[in-house]
Design a protein around this ligand. Sequence first.
Ligand SMILES: Nc1ncnc2c1ncn2[C@@H]1O[C@H](COP(=O)(O)OP(=O)(O)OP(=O)(O)O)[C@@H](O)[C@H]1O
Ligand SMILES: [Mg+2]
Length: 348
Amino acid sequence: MRRYGARTVVDHVSLKVLPGQVTCLLGPSGCGKSTTLRMIAGVEMQDEGEIWVDGALVCDRVFRVPPERRHIGLMFQDFALFPHLSVAANVAFGLSGDRAAIDRRVDELLERVGLGNYRETYPHELSGGEQQRVALARALAPRPSIMLMDEPFSGLDNRLRDGIRDETLDILREQDTAVLLVTHEPEEAMRMADEIALMRDGRIVQQGAPYNIYNAPVDRDAVAFFSDINVIRGKVNGSLVETPFGHFLAPGVHEGNEVDIVIRPQHIRIDFDRAGRGPDPTIENGTPARGVVERARFMGSESLVEFRMDHDGSLMRATVPNVFLPSPGKPLWLMIRRDRCFVFPVRD
Ligand SMILES: Nc1ncnc2c1ncn2[C@@H]1O[C@H](COP(=O)(O)OP(=O)(O)OP(=O)(O)O)[C@@H](O)[C@H]1O
Ligand SMILES: [Mg+2]
């Protein structure tokens, strides 16, 4: 736990990271990700709680192993290399002992990150991606048991980033390092993580495999963090919620309480029936409701269509693969995939 003044910015965070695995600490800006990482690294002191590395206590309220003796590798967004040192000297920086052994380790790592021919080059002569690889080699050189990475790829341009991310992961897995990666980008977490810890307001609200976090979110905000959402609010009556899209089950919610039915745009079905009468209700898709196209945009791999719904004038968003650009004003029938929607009690 960590407080700044009266404000608790990291609260009851419990995380376990395993060798050879990537755990992503994912959450919006300001939720306490970097603070958590800094406490594990030992550059910041927690107010309560314990940190263990490799079965050994490294920090509690009285006892504290200094950062440099925690066997932790660090890689931050501004992974500043030492400008006056060559690539090889940068990588060797944290190593001590036998000169020949240091040289071997440096060579091995530079070879591995594809910079075997850059030993005597200086940082300013390297591209952003190359510098990033040197930083990785430098962090890995002392064989850390844990690697802490705080948005390490955010300084790279898009095209470079994907390649470097994958390459970095391959190297980290080979070295059997436990990785804790901080990011505020859901795509990055989905791409890199074996396990995602979703953080909000200083707490971990959900932790699990990317698949589970995406498909079994704990609440409405957890869905919204990964994609656009549509929300239909209703009241529970006899365990059911009645909506323009038919009845939904609301297990475990008390009579008379409100629920939000949350559905991602890609799980809305548009009925293309030209007759204009609307499709027949089905068990999977429920009852169709009608909306009028407000606007349609082509987004590259999909089209985004916004509808003004007849029943309450609310806006609903649907995405369709490929090109589908109906003209504004056109009425169409929508259905929502019942196997893909989430029902959450409304919390005030
Ligand atoms: N030294 C400090 N003193 C006071 N408040 C701080 C300090 N460091 C961080 N905070 C506050 O603690 C909260 C968490 O900060 P933190 O840097 O951990 O967020 P983050 O999740 O890493 O965000 P981002 O994605 O923007 O990097 C923020 O609201 C921040 O303003
Ligand atoms: Mg941060």
